[in-house]
Ligand binder design. Sequence first.
Ligand code: AMP
Length: 444
Amino acid sequence: MIGFYFLRQFSIILVAFHLIQFMTFKDLGLSAPILKAVSKQGYESPSVIQEKAIPLIIKGKDVLASAQTGTGKTAGFTLPMLHNLSENKKEGKRKIRGLILTPTRELAAQVYDNVKSYSEYLTIKSTVIFGGVNQNPQVKTLRGGIDILIATPGRLLDLCGQGEINLSKVEFFVLDEADRMLDMGFVHDIKRVIKLLPNRRQNLLFSATFSKEIKQLANQFLTNPVAVEAAPENSTAEKIVQRMIRVDNGLKTALVIKLITDGNWQQVLIFTRTKWGANKLSEKLSKRKISSAAIHGNKSQNARTKALAGFKDGSIRVLVATDIAARGLDIPLLPHVVNYELPNISEDYVHRIGRTGRAGESGEAISLVCIDEVGYAKDIEKLLGEKFDFEIFEGFEPVDKPSEKKPHQQRNNRRRGTGKKKFSNPKGGGNNRKGGNSRSKKRY
Ligand code: AMP
């Protein structure tokens, strides 16, 4: 009787232990060369989206995945795609069998880097194409034959039009960051690309948010998709500490310099709402001997690549970016993100702060909120379903009254010389003030 009791307890413990054991990449059914590449990346266990999406994709399902950047979504679609393509080898000259469409050049380049790393031990060849650079080297690589193409829509359609790309043998079609694709006005381009694909193929759609338009698009090209979710819609990564600091517009530069120098931050990504604002802030930081570069749509591809490389290797301490340029930037373990201005589209806030606290690491996202942006902060609170504690920094107490105009209009005015506030602010505050660390938390 006693023996039976212990046996039963022991089997309960065994079952419980089995249930709480972490899933491994091997459990997901990936082949040995892919497991070897994943292990080389230092990944110990699959992320939530990987755990959910990989087995479904291996089974051949169309997948509609809700996953924000930083959740490991790229490996989530790349690993099973590599698995299926390599298990089902094709003889003869290489044809494009996998197509990954991304909204920005940076994201395309990053996804390509990932595909290359994950396929290191396979015979699969991949390449990336995007606009803003000479097409000839891209065409040369394409003519040599490739299996997986990562592309932005414009250059893809261009080269298809020139007869350099044939998409009729595509087996896998991935639409990455579909929400941003639509924001950037790519909907017609996407539809044109889909028309060039064969009817029989597997489709994957990844998006951080799910608007009505995304769902409509999904209905048009996914077949009986299985929906998977990495985190609740529009929720921010758990390990990101979010801080909202109320400060007047004219004191933001001084405060950001104070935060960087007092905190001895070595790698910080700052978001501005305009390209002009990004340039201006970057210049001001450089003048204060804080190495910095701006990254936005008006910069040449080479300048963008150089700025990003400098930021990654530590030679550039601050990268000032607009939303579109920053989309998809993958900077591992980025510790600080600053919203110099809050975005007027609340979803962009989620994307921005997703640059920190990546793949389970902790990070801090600080937003500088002037009086005219309090409304945007409230919208973000609504979207996230949480309330922020607004902080006031001693020496940076806000005094501005709400203006008649929107913040971006004020900036334009300042540019023309009206109401211009200098860095050494008229209230004698900013970087020279004492007591920056003695911030007091107040509810606004
Ligand atoms: P993504 O969301 O695809 O942009 O990935 C964000 C970061 O997480 C990248 O730096 C990946 O290399 C990293 N990553 C992806 N999967 C894992 C994993 N299972 N474990 C640890 N890091 C990962």
